[in-house]
Design a protein around this ligand. Structure first.
Ligand code: ZN
Ligand code: ZN
Ligand code: ZN
Length: 349
């Protein structure tokens, strides 16, 4: 906070709060707010009815429950006191900030990301282990997919998505974050919403799925084919696989995020598919499915031990087909550590 020249950090819903306190606020219209004044004890302002869900950590914060007839915003302003350089959590609802503004005349605001982000960026050993456990869980589902244990032909994308979701929970995740199933031409839309389209023979099917397990996220993409497909799909997939492996290999300590992106992009561009790789190579992952660091051109952040992110290049030909290959990778002193190890080939079912 001193480095960021911030006098108070205020955090509400979102993952910064559980990261620091172990308590995750429900996204309610009732205000939950952790106030961290620089150099002083933190206060967790919380709706009284939620207080039983908090594990008290008196060394970390004082619990300040507010009752239904109190004004929590006025209470928050009182706790903030005369501090005027305020860092605000990304996911705090705008209504609370808008209501707080008139209570703090002359205050200036920055994103709390500048304070908390650097703490969350570097995963410690327990966090790396949690990401690996979540990765191993979705690897098992990917292997079921690749070995034909998850029926595809004759089912809708939505049905297969529901099947993947059930398996994500059965593997020990608390929550399913997404289960994209995109067949044939639908796979050309990177975040396709699985719908009523029935999966047929002889097409490519893209599955991108993940959840949250013990507070940490999984995220994997594998593609399979339901029979013979256009030979160009096979040649493009060979390019994609090479590009993905090159970016993983480039994820060494001290490398820039943008150089990891370039490692994948250069190979895809050289093969003539550059214009069809329409997104960044990856996103950071941890307590959130998407967080810093982003593996994208322009991001000169240097990789450090414990940075965790996806490597997921894709090629999307509108109206025809799409493909993506995604693993979660952690930069470590011993080189890139992949949390996903399911087979990387285009499985033929
Ligand atoms: Zn995505
Ligand atoms: Zn994904
Ligand atoms: Zn991803």
């Amino acid at each position: 906070m001193a480095v960021a020249d911030v006098e108070a950090v205020i955090l509400s819903v979102g993952r910064d709060l559980p990261f620091l306190t172990g308590y995750e606020a429900m996204p309610l219209e009732r205000l939950t707010l952790l106030v961290i004044p620089r150099g002083e004890h933190a206060t967790l302002l919380i709706p009284a009815l939620e207080a039983p869900r908090v594990d008290p950590l008196p060394d970390v914060f004082t619990l300040l429950p507010w009752t239904e007839t109190e004004d929590p915003v006025a209470l928050a302003a009182k706790v903030i006191g005369d501090r005027r350089r305020i860092a605000v959590g990304d996911q705090m609802w705008s209504r609370f900030l808008v209501e707080l503004l008139p209570h703090l005349p002359g205050a200036t605001y920055v994103r709390a990301n500048g304070v908390v982000g650097s703490l969350r960026l570097q995963k410690d050993a327990a966090e790396i282990a949690a990401l690996q456990a979540a990765g191993a869980a979705v690897d098992r589902i990917a292997t079921q997919l690749q070995s034909g244990q998850i029926p595809l032909i004759g089912r809708t994308e939505a049905e297969v998505s529901a099947d993947l979701s059930a398996r994500i929970l059965a593997e020990g995740h608390e929550v399913v974050n997404f289960a994209i199933v995109a067949a044939g031409e639908n796979a050309a839309s990177p975040h396709h919403h699985p719908g009523p389209r029935v999966i047929g023979p002889n097409e490519i099917v893209l599955c991108d799925f993940g959840g949250t397990m013990a507070g940490y996220c999984s995220d994997i993409t594998r593609c399979v084919t339901t029979g013979d497909v256009d030979p160009e799909i096979h040649s493009a997939y060979a390019v994609l696989k090479e590009a993905q492996a090159a970016a993983v290999a480039a994820a060494q300590l001290g490398a820039t995020c943008e150089s990891v992106d370039a490692a994948a992009r250069d190979i895809i561009s050289a093969a003539g598919y550059g214009e069809y790789f329409v997104h960044r190579t990856g996103h950071g992952i941890g307590m959130e499915a998407h967080e810093d660091p982003y593996i994208v051109s322009g991001n000169t952040t240097l990789l450090e031990h414990g940075h965790a992110f996806s490597i997921e290049p894709g090629i999307y030909i509108p109206g025809r087909w799409g493909m993506r290959l995604e693993d979660i990778v952690i930069a470590t002193e011993r080189g890139p550590l992949s949390a996903n190890n399911a087979d990387h080939d285009l499985a033929l079912l």
